[in-house]
Design a protein around this ligand. Sequence first.
Ligand code: PLP
Length: 450
Amino acid sequence: MTPPAAAPEGTDGGQPDDASPGAAGEAHLAAEAGYLPPTVSQETSLGRRVFAYGRGATLVDVDGREYVDLVAGTMTQSLGHSHPEVVRAVTAQAARLVNVHDNPTPARLAAARALARMLPEHLGALGFLTTGAEAVEAALRAAHAAAAPGRTRIAALRRGFHGKTRGARAPVQWDVGTEPPAPALLGYPAYCYRCPFDASYPSCDLLCARLTVRQAVARPDVAALLAEPVQGAAGVIVPPPGYWEVVGRACAEHGVLLIADEVLTGGGRTGRFLAAEHYGLSPDLVTLAKGVGSGHPVAVLAGRHRVLDERTWRAAGGLGSTYGGHAVGLAAAASTLTVLRRDDLLTRVTELGAVLAAALGELADHPAVGEVRGLGLLWGVELVADRATRAPDPAAADRVYRRALDLGVRVMPGGQTLRLAPPFVIEPDELTDAIRRLGRAIDDVHQGRA
Ligand SMILES: Cc1ncc(COP(=O)(O)O)c(C=O)c1O
């Protein structure tokens, strides 16, 4: 199948209203199942779509059917699928030089300069890696190496997600069933819709933040707090004003390093380059990945010079890895960040975020919807079986995910909250039309039509 030269026009025309992939998709899935069980990923087993190419905000499957991609790949293609400038940069770099381990290269300097223009000034020390989990692992190594003697533990927040490697899972005590639970210190995220204390903001006086400080931060044995400023995989948990002020201040007062895991939020997804900036938060270390490389495997660890200094890296065994200096990924990062800045896409994220908020607001009163919440172009739609009891309904969310695909819209499944993270280049009317179709999918499932 030859992809078109430009983004395919229109998204409604010819979209079949049924729940199965087309003939080419079925044949592909049957062939692939011989090698990979569908359970390799939730999307593979639930969605059963085989995507052939993407342009801008549109994905096309092997049967030629179009989908508005409200997830930008995997929250990665902020500039849209196959942005021409990134394609040019990557192609040129691949022809020139691909990988010489962690030696300096022009691509690495270009990526570092492009990042430095976007990051807060205090995060001047950088390291490049390939995946979010790898960056988190490097952050943990650095934090342990930089911490004062006796500070050996890593605190985190309940429901946090930091990747699937063992070190990234340990702080949140995510056991895959084969390991004893890691000793961890867990604070409370500000998940107001399901407040574990049955309190409400602001009369709660930020009990979750205060308990996080008391139980996980104000301790002499903690090296760092690893946390997402806005939790993504947990279902887009956006803390109210004050939460991070309390927790961030406590980290500084108690000598605990703050590692902001911005693998999902970093790169402008929330309307600021870092979600931390919404809260006036000054993390000591930041991890980035999804938002910086247009879908190429490049990740970043950024930090204060006094934390990521020579001594730290010597103690932590250095930063290099086989692909950490991958020049093609770095070229993707340099060109992505250059376009982001030149085209003032952070402003566009804020403007489109308002469009998305208004469109999702129309769904908020649906009997199957418990809450819609988000920031910039990162939103969650939490589905419930009963609005009064707030009983979560992950099965309905899975069905809505599938029904939305049938209607030509791709969202991100996972628990009871469907997540939306459209590319920054989507057109406003395309966005509102896709949300209208998502609303239809929710209603179809609720009414038993799907
Ligand atoms: C906040 C956060 N940290 C870390 C990761 C892990 O990134 P990767 O899948 O690239 O290892 C993710 C992935 O979704 C994430 O959302």
